[in-house]
Design a protein around this ligand. Sequence first.
Ligand SMILES: [Zn+2]
Length: 471
Amino acid sequence: MPELRPELFAAPELLLAPERMMLGNGCESGLALAIRRGVIAEVGQREAVAAHHADLVTQYLPGHLVMPGFIDAHHHLTQSFGKALAFGEPSEIFRRIWIPLEGSLDVNGVYLASKLAALEALRGGFTTVVDAGTRSEADAATIASATRETGLRCVLGFICNDLGGTAGARDQNAILRAAEQHLARWHNDDLVHPSLAISIPEAATDAMLHRVVRLAAEAGAIFQTHVNEHLVAVERSLVERSLRPLQHLAAVDALGPNVLIAHSTLITPAELMLLARTDTAVAYNPVASTWKGNAVAPAEMMAELGVRFALGTDGTRSDAFRLVEAAETLQRIAFGIGVGDFSCGAGWTWLEHATHAAADAIGLKGMTGEIAAGRAADLLVIDIAGPEFTPSWDLDWELVRFGNRDQIVAVLVAGRLRLWRGWPVDWDAQALIDEVKALAADAVAKAPIKRIHPVSREHRTTHSRPSGKRT
Ligand SMILES: [Zn+2]
């Protein structure tokens, strides 16, 4: 098989005929797609598409799958200097690590952290990420310039907390004016889509929660918040409000089709029905549950009840194939094993909720997340000729269980080739990595971070097991 070359994807208009193509019903053969001005112009049988686009040369891609780029519905781009600092930490890491880290980054630090995270996202197969908003004082434009330079599509949150904890209340009108500016600034942008956020319900007054959700809805934007993730937060809300966090949002009319709830892992049957009734969307973050959660969101149940949801990393690990695999595995461990559910979504459920169902949940339905005429050409070219997919009996499910970042040959966003075999084609990623290495240690050292858990090596030396004593 001839080796694919990046030049093949360099043209602004393309006609691709891969061996397989992932459409809404799964991976199919014999199809082609035409890309014009960054948008998928037509998808159909090869001969028909070629006939309608006779000015384009058909690029045959044997041994390759073209699929929609993955969507990460919950990320914190400005936390990428932290990474393993959160390993082993008990819940509410944001208080001890993320807020201190983000709060101490200067503008250059915010820019570099965001660009590093955007690079990781693209390498991991994500063409869109939803950023939940930074707690740093930096302008959202700093994050936007970082994501734009990499080519990553970004739903960019702007935090509207009016209760600053010990800092006291902030001026609501000033926050709302800034929120309006944020919505207007990115209103028609090709790669940045504005969103409003309140970190957790208790970080805002009831009036603010209600107004920010409405403001976002009027602008056609999504509102994001973290809800029902940790026991301690649920209990705090119960003590202070006699309501669980999700019930609290419902009580102030802050749920609805433009609301994206991160986590919802600690969820009662009544709350599940509340999500379904209000058409509120959820970011299911399986790796976050594994690393730091108190529970696993009942995503398969949500799918059955018609609750819209998408998969998110929560900034844990930007690897889309490992995310969909975790999505399946956690449903199986948390819910499937006990009831003999060996199917647990049959693979396709997790691909769907990482692509076109995800686009719906994050407010970009009709724009990205699927290979269909009129959608942005946000695509991955995957090598399916290797041993992992040979022999192939069920490519959709195989992608969930055998898929790997190394198999991603090309990443296109809005029709433009951004990564080739994991590396950018038009900017120097190594220079960015070198710059981050030089800066991150200092940035972390000066942040007032409080870690509870030691690093692995330190844990080994202080943690003696009976078996160790015997030797
Ligand atoms: Zn989060």
